[in-house]
Write a protein that binds this ligand. Structure first.
Ligand SMILES: [Zn+2]
Length: 268
């Protein structure tokens, strides 16, 4: 009976020790807990291990490359058309087929191609909403004949050399594409003058027009490439994709972006 009692006590003691060991295994207290997920890595009280490739993760998608040939730069109906002193519109008397009057304030005219007009309306509203103030158009689409008269007026006032820096010859003007417009504050302060760059509207456009597909076509310091003096008021619609790509790359003329020769003067 005594031995039975000793045996029972021993069994109970061993069982208790076993239960104790099972409930509190030594390894769980002293060894690091292996990290099994990003959450564990974050919560681990010791330095996170080096990043390891996750065999289950899908490979990163390739960065989409920009296709410079996606649209024509020669077709005058393309929103990427490049017109300059070496690249007349073809035909020179081209007239866009989808001209509308943009629903924005204007002094001379607000005629633009449909897509450019819609983007202009959105951009004007955004400028006002973001505190840059109201804007209006001074001019937009000009026909071949209208450009011819305008250029002739510049020549008679300034002489041909100065006229060629300030105004395009008929058939070479971006205004004839229906994609360009001259923008000014709704107060008309600094209208079509270089000081427009220092107005709230001018500085907002310089920083934000790309978001709406508009491009400052004749930037400061690029006369040797574009052929025209700095025109902080002249914006050209090129679409959001191209405007964003140029913005991201920091390329500020269409000639440089498309690898075209500088066009400081007309041929002949
Ligand atoms: Zn202009």
């Amino acid at each position: 009976m005594l031995w039975c009692a000793i045996g029972a006590v021993t069994v109970i003691t061993l069982l208790a020790a076993g239960i104790h060991l099972n409930r509190f295994p030594v390894s769980s207290v002293t060894e690091p807990r292996p990290a099994t997920s990003p959450t564990d890595d974050v919560l681990a009280p010791w330095p996170s291990p080096e990043p390891r490739p996750d065999p289950q993760a899908a490979p990163a998608p390739p960065v989409p490359s920009f296709d410079k040939g996606a649209r024509s730069i020669d077709d005058p109906m393309s929103i990427w058309v490049v017109a300059d002193k070496l690249r007349p519109l073809n035909p020179p008397t081209f007239v866009p087929t989808d001209l509308v009057i943009a629903k924005v304030p204007y002094s001379a005219n607000a005629t633009l191609r449909t897509e450019a007009a819609t983007a202009m309306e959105t951009m004007f509203a955004a400028a006002k909403a973001e505190g840059a103030g109201g804007m209006m158009l001074q001019n937009a689409y000009r026909s071949y004949d209208a450009q011819k008269s305008l250029y002739a007026g510049h020549v008679s006032r300034l002489g041909q050399a100065q006229a060629d820096i300030a105004s395009a010859r008929a058939g070479h003007s971006e205004h004839q594409t229906g994609l360009s417009a001259d923008i000014m504050p709704d107060s008309q302060a600094c209208g079509v003058q270089e000081c427009f760059a220092t107005t709230a509207q001018g500085s907002w456009l310089a920083a934000n027009a790309w978001r709406y597909g508009y491009h400052l076509r004749y930037p400061d310091g690029k006369t040797s490439i574009t052929g025209f003096a700095f025109e902080p008021w002249h914006y050209r619609y090129i679409g959001v994709d191209l405007a964003t790509q140029m913005h991201n790359l920091g390329i500020i003329t269409l000639e440089e972006f498309f690898g075209l020769p500088p066009a400081p003067t007309y041929e002949g």
